[in-house]
Design a protein around this ligand. Structure first.
Ligand SMILES: NC(=O)c1ccc[n+]([C@@H]2O[C@H](COP(=O)([O-])OP(=O)(O)OC[C@H]3O[C@@H](n4cnc5c(N)ncnc54)[C@H](OP(=O)(O)O)[C@@H]3O)[C@@H](O)[C@H]2O)c1
Length: 251
């Protein structure tokens, strides 16, 4: 049974990926929804026209990652699509941030994304796709979100390397790099009302980001950056030394 796995499915961009799944990939027959909030996953699953399995997992917990590995070993699914969308980012200078929050960003954005990818890798089918939620924060460090932007640089690098490793299996890997989106992310990260940069930047619509990500994945693109403004920023970050650019990227 052709299967999709979506982490961070309970809200924001992940939820949009779920809503648009069947129209983008009509051949997919089952989706595995992962996030911590079980009730939200179940509510989402009820509205779907395909089979949906809800896995309420905390991807920061090694035992929950182990449960996922065991589940996949039991089910041995034919994974056509893996979307690593779970992520978090907290606004604060490193030296003033609760160390637990720094760990959480690294655990979820880096460790869990890597572990989920490794767990799903044996089950990816030829012609399959991986979509990883990165960010414009991966283009240049963002002071006041230094750890977050570093984790997203990892996601973009990881995606590009993995893309080459999986080329022979005809599995595409796309790093999605949106600008700010009005999701729970902004409140959870203490960003709402506290960041002149987030206020000034154009915001991306998660619906459009999900649709563009699906199109990019099917086209086999390595990176998808929504909006002309952020495409230009990406180009600038490749030519202007980051030691200079970083002076203008404080969040
Ligand atoms: N919003 C933005 O401005 C923005 C911009 C660029 C990139 N991004 C990236 O886009 C992705 C999606 O973010 P979003 O804006 O949609 O944020 P969101 O609405 O806060 O969604 C985050 C998702 O991650 C899940 N999650 C959080 N902690 C988890 C954990 N420990 N274990 C399992 N799941 C967990 C959440 O579900 P539960 O709470 O139910 O666990 C939720 O489904 C993230 O990777 C983010 O870094 C966001």
């Amino acid at each position: 049974m052709r299967t999709a796995i979506i982490t961070g499915a309970s809200s924001g961009l992940g939820r949009e990926f779920v809503f648009q799944l069947t129209s983008a990939f009509p051949e997919i027959e089952r989706v595995i929804l992962i996030a911590r909030r079980k009730a939200l996953l179940e509510e989402l699953a009820e509205g779907l026209s395909i089979e949906a399995e809800c896995l309420p997992l905390d991807l920061c917990k090694p035992e929950d990652l182990e449960s996922l590995r065991e589940y996949l070993a039991r089910e041995s699914p034919e994974v056509e699509l893996l979307i690593n969308c779970a992520g978090c980012g907290y606004l604060s200078n490193v030296a003033e941030t609760d160390p637990a929050l720094l760990d959480r960003m690294i655990d979820l954005n880096v460790r869990a994304l890597t572990a989920v990818t490794r767990a799903a890798a044996p089950y990816l089918v030829e012609g399959g796709h991986i979509i990883n939620a990165s960010s414009i924060a991966s283009f240049c460090p963002n002071p006041r979100m230094t750890v977050y932007s570093s984790t997203k640089a990892y996601v973009s690098f990881f995606s590009l390397g993995l893309r080459e490793e999986l080329r022979s299996r005809k599995v595409s890997v796309t790093a999605v790099c949106p600008g700010p989106m009005d999701t729970e992310f902004l409140d959870i990260g203490g960003i709402t009302g506290n960041s002149p940069m987030f206020k000034m930047l154009p915001h991306c619509d998660p619906k459009k980001v999900a649709a563009g990500s699906y199109t990019s994945a099917k086209a086999g693109r390595a990176v998808y950056t929504p909006k002309g403004f952020f495409k230009l920023y990406r180009a600038v970050s490749k030519v202007v030394p980051l030691t200079l650019l970083v002076k203008m990227t404080k969040t």
